[in-house]
Design a protein around this ligand. Sequence first.
Ligand SMILES: [Ca+2]
Ligand SMILES: [Ca+2]
Ligand SMILES: [Ca+2]
Length: 267
Amino acid sequence: MLGAILMVIACNDPDSDADSTGLQECVGGSFCPGNLVCLGGYCVLGNETGDEDPSGDGDPSGDGDPSGDGDPSGDGDPSGDGDPSGDGDPPQGCGDGQVAGDEECDGTNLDGLDCTDFGFDEGMLACDNDCTIITSACSTCGDGQVAATEECDGTNFDGQTCVSLGFDGGNLACANDCKSLITTGCTQAPTCGNGSIDNGEQCDGNNLGGLTCQSFGFGAGTLSCTAGCQVDTSNCMAGQCADVFEPCNIGSCCQGLICLQSVCFPP
Ligand SMILES: [Ca+2]
Ligand SMILES: [Ca+2]
Ligand SMILES: [Ca+2]
């Protein structure tokens, strides 16, 4: 124990300048011979198990860790690797908003960089979650690459064509600022033949809009549509006419009668 009783003895060294107490005077720990230690200015012997701190430097074990708590420097970082918590995260971690170590950026802290530092003309830098710079929102109009902020660049239309934009054909162009596609060189598909009845069309292909030969006063037959999207009644037949007060379509009443509200009436 540290609090062991010390037994004070006289030094045996004949050359020592022992004083009236019979003890050899000393300064520090280096002036006492053998197992004696310097305490209170005299060389004394510790207890039977020996002094726990022979060197008197406050480090009994002599392992460089006076407190014996596994932290020699006493700075709260036992391993001295800059990671006190030992959880693998350096103290200035990614996400603290400070650019440190090998971080290129941290959050909105771009370390003063902008797109021009990466060879672009304009745009916005961003910082990834792993504190690396993202340049995908940077752009240079004229480099032939379609950046996220560009619609096109030169003859690079980012895969778009007149057809993909709903035109019949033609040639796309790109605005000088790369911000928009120019479609004035695209040709509009003709509406007749697209199967739907557009302005100026009575029908389109097989789409007769619900019209029949009867719609045009015929009794039977097959209505068709011309290549110009107009109704063709050449295959309609007159058939039997409807008599007075009989149901009718336009033109299906017998001669001298008129079809009013689907019934043949006398004039
Ligand atoms: Ca950081
Ligand atoms: Ca570009
Ligand atoms: Ca049409």
